[in-house]
Design a protein around this ligand. Structure first.
Ligand SMILES: Cc1cc2nc3c(=O)[nH]c(=O)nc-3n(C[C@H](O)[C@H](O)[C@H](O)COP(=O)(O)OP(=O)(O)OC[C@H]3O[C@@H](n4cnc5c(N)ncnc54)[C@H](O)[C@@H]3O)c2cc1C
Length: 434
């Protein structure tokens, strides 16, 4: 079967890899000149199955109110005259109900665990080098109350099978000695030895290269402007190719993996995806003193930052702003990241030459992605991976290849449009338009 995959981020590229393995003739189309040029470019690089708690949880509404209008808020809603943003916000509030949050955590842990195993298998099979570290993820707290409040989440993760161990401050520094400079401020932490980290860009571009060698075609610098439908099926895509020419191309099936932009491509078809962009920042520093920089991937709870060592670079990422599709760099946020990293690891890195970046997380209100079918029998979704697209990417690619091939994936997850024990809410549909 001919399959077009829309988007060459981690999710689209992993989809292409497993689709070609399933015997399909795959073309990946992306508007950028190469794979992983948008949100999968410079993220926090954690494979964090153990931190599957979505932003939408019972404590979120109060925190959000407190943070409204605060420039340095970890999660900042900039309210706009934007219907999608308001509808997304209302759904987010519903997902904060304890029963919804519990359901969502189970979903995320299931697909994330499956995905980590899939990533490990792909790594073993392909030998892709991506500065992978398998030393676990260490979450440290500098605020007593936040630490206490984290205990139930850690307990829940253990119930779901994640070995997330609550530990004291001395153990935090024993696991990551580079944190010694702030030992007296650490009040506790948790550590999950099975979590990992690694450069998502290196992995995705490496996998894209392996895809090409296996026969997948990539069409870069090619923007899809519209999905066409006829007789209840997708009949093709309209695009502008690398020479600026308008074209229509066809396949038997289509996988939508366009990250934050999937919503805009699906909506005219009456497939209403609740995906809103959540802008986040990262900073990358060259490491000057190898022993003073952390090896274990870290989460700094007080500043909502994640820190991953990528060979001789240190990646620090975080913050979220719901403010439309802008990727503008706010210098205040950039400097705050450098200030905090310098405070944690003085002299470890070249802090005078940071490389700053922003990306748009494709956020669903629940942080549970859309993976599965639509009302069009030949249109499939693999999108909306929000804060955990690297963590869930490989498994999502493997799962969608199964679904496109008519098989049920080997993971207990509420796939879109497929009956499971715990069905997810149906997609809201609008009148069809070609
Ligand atoms: C600051 C930050 C830190 C993060 N940290 C982590 C982390 O530590 N761990 C983790 O698991 N996740 C993390 N994430 C989330 C993760 O990066 C994303 O979930 C993931 O990259 C999404 O991948 P994707 O393939 O769905 O989207 P993308 O990587 O954005 O890929 C979508 C592709 O579609 C293409 N496209 C879009 N529209 C069109 C069109 N019309 N025509 C052609 N092509 C199109 C784009 O060019 C793009 O290449 C972080 C995100 C941010 C912003």
């Amino acid at each position: 079967m001919k399959v077009i995959v829309i988007g060459a981020g981690i999710v689209g590229t992993a989809s292409a890899w497993f689709l070609q393995k399933a015997g399909h003739e795959v073309t990946v189309i992306d508007r950028q000149p190469g794979a992983a040029q948008e949100t999968s470019f410079a993220n926090g690089c954690q494979i964090s199955v153990s931190h599957a708690e979505p932003w939408a949880n019972p404590s979120a509404p109060l925190k959000l109110l407190k943070w409204l209008g605060r420039e340095d808020a970890p999660l900042l809603f900039r309210l706009r005259a934007d219907m999608l943003q308001w509808r997304w916000g209302m759904q987010f509030l519903k997902e904060c109900l304890p029963s919804r949050a519990a359901h969502n955590i189970r979903q995320i842990v299931a697909i994330a665990e499956y995905s980590r195993q899939t990533l490990q298998a792909v790594r073993a099979e392909t030998g892709i080098e991506y500065d992978a570290e398998t030393r676990g993820i260490l979450h440290f707290y500098t605020d007593e109350q936040e630490f206490r409040q984290s205990l139930p989440a850690a307990r829940l993760m253990r119930e779901l099978g994640c070995p997330r161990q609550t530990i004291g401050a001395d153990d935090v520094v024993r696991i990551e000695p580079a944190l010694a400079a702030i030992r007296n401020r650490i009040v506790g932490g948790d550590f999950t030895a099975t979590d990992e980290s690694g450069d998502v860009y290196k992995f995705t571009t490496g996998l894209a290269q392996r895809c090409v060698e296996a026969g997948v075609r990539f069409r870069f610098d090619t923007t899809i402007t519209r999905l066409l439908s006829e007789g209840g099926r997708i009949s093709g895509v309209e695009l502008i190719d690398e020479h600026g020419r308008h074209q229509r191309v066809q396949a038997d099936s289509y996988v939508l993996a366009a990250g934050s932009f999937s919503q805009q491509l699906a909506k005219p078809l009456g497939v209403d995806l609740m995906i809103y962009p959540g802008k986040g920042y990262s900073a990358t520093y060259e490491i000057k003193e190898a022993d003073r920089a952390p090896h274990v991937s870290l989460t700094d709870d007080g500043h909502k930052l994640v820190i991953s060592r990528l060979g001789n670079r240190l990646r620090v990422a975080g913050t979220a702003e719901l403010n439309g599709y802008t990727r503008e760099l706010n210098p205040v946020r950039c400097e705050a990241i450098t200030r905090r990293t310098r405070e944690l690891f003085p002299d470890a890195c070249d802090y005078d030459n940071p490389v700053y970046w922003t990306g748009l997380r494709p956020l669903t209100p629940s942080n549970v992605p859309y993976i599965g079918k639509t009302k069009f029998p030949n249109l499939f979704l693999n999108t909306g991976h929000g804060t955990l697209g690297w963590t869930m990417g490989c498994g999502s690619g493997r799962a969608i290849a199964d679904i496109v091939s008519g098989r049920h994936p080997d993971v207990d997850f509420a796939f879109t449009g497929i009956a499971t024990r715990e069905a997810r809410p149906p997609l809201v549909t609008l009148p069809a338009r070609t």
